[in-house]
Design a protein around this ligand. Sequence first.
Ligand SMILES: Cc1ncc(COP(=O)(O)O)c(C=O)c1O
Length: 403
Amino acid sequence: MNYRYLTKNVIPADLTIVKAKNLEVWDSSGKKYLDFSAQTLNLNLGNSPGIAKKAFLEQFKKFTFLSSRFGNEAFLNLSKELIKVAPKGLKKVNIKLTNGSDANESAFKRARIYRKKPYIISFYNSHLGESCETLKASGRHFSSSFFGGSNYFIHIIPPFSRIRTEAEILEEIEFIFKSRDDIAAIIIEPIMVNAGVYIFSKSFLKNLRFLCDTYKITLIFDEIQTAFGWLGKMFAAEYFDVCPDILTVGKAFAAGFPLAGILLKDEYDVLPYSFDEFTYGGHPISCAIALENIKLLTTSEILREVSDKSRVFKTQLDKYLSKNKSVIKEIRCCGLIAGIEFRSNKEATILYDALIGQGLIVRKSMDGGGPSLVLKPPITVSVPILKKAVEILHQVTTLNPKL
Ligand SMILES: Cc1ncc(COP(=O)(O)O)c(C=O)c1O
């Protein structure tokens, strides 16, 4: 297709979607796909008109927009509800944010001001956003040469490179904490989803919490991928039983509408008025839908069902792995998030294209330790559809003449 009018960084995949319902999407020729990328890695409830529509229309009737400088019921109710479900210890929220990048920037600002120190530690190959600061923090592609280098960020190599173990990484972190007096915080995605689903262990996160307490360093969890249900809990902090000082959310927060937020311990409430609120942050329509999202997750069986579905998913993926070890290096799975790491880019690319041909959309990740396909279906996925998706994967892999 000719996209001469688009900048080259936003040219879409050759798949124009004209209709979507739950986890199914249809292209312009009428072909149906199962979207195991959750559009893409975002929608905990899928494209779910039933859940969003009522809240949307009720809010829309009142007003389409209010500046985040005025209070409104949806914004205030959501802020209160978020604190009710937050990990214990996180007592304040700011949801006047639109994107995950805003939320992580807010975390950096708060940690630096609170600690009166400039440096933040982060992992190479993180995905923390695409604003200048979050690109620098992510330690990916351009960030070291443009955007002011990695100024005020220190990157450490994540364990998925298999160069070092988690224990060795903790040693490195302790060494940095001990030997420098300019470190404010460390930011971590408890599961590095974009990097191909690297899952930090519970003991790693607990030890990291201990080191942060010992050396007075702020622990930030980026939960933009992990919050709101994929692990069968509202937050990864609950799943791993580790409470950070600051926790950022976005993506599934408003189940497909733009909204992000930051949850924090009291002492990080350090920003003056007008330093952390964005034009469309706290949009009343997004807040009304986010409120429904939280209500649904706390009052239905959806979260409890995730652990049963996760067991089925893992069993199916293990079977798939055992029959395809010649092309697959490793499968990592936690809750309803799975990463399949291939032995080469070629295999991941061939399979990604072949899966689309067979009506299964996944996410291709080349950002991490190895080429991976990420599966992150909406948490409302049914067991038969989970099985069907892995069956498609299996057929496309075993019958593929190019592999
Ligand atoms: C873990 C994580 N953090 C932050 C972001 C940035 O979020 P946004 O694109 O909403 O700025 C993303 C986006 O993919 C992400 O996956």
